[in-house]
Ligand binder design. Sequence first.
Ligand SMILES: [Zn+2]
Length: 84
Amino acid sequence: MFGEATLVAVLAASSLAVSVITLILVLVLWRRVKVQTEKAASLQAGALQAASASAGSGVVFCRSCGTQYDSAATACPDCKTARA
Ligand SMILES: [Zn+2]
């Protein structure tokens, strides 16, 4: 026959084990969710970069001399007139 103290010790040990297992599971799941969130964030950032790159890679005409140049440039490469 187990003594009451032994029973309490066994119960305490098993509940502690369950708590530790739960903590580990929560940590693993949380880390997994965090990685997925970071992946989604980097994907969104990549999409935003691609969108801004495609928006910035247009062609404009100089309003002063009519030279065609990339809209990423801030001034005309020919007459140096700033882009409007
Ligand atoms: Zn120009």
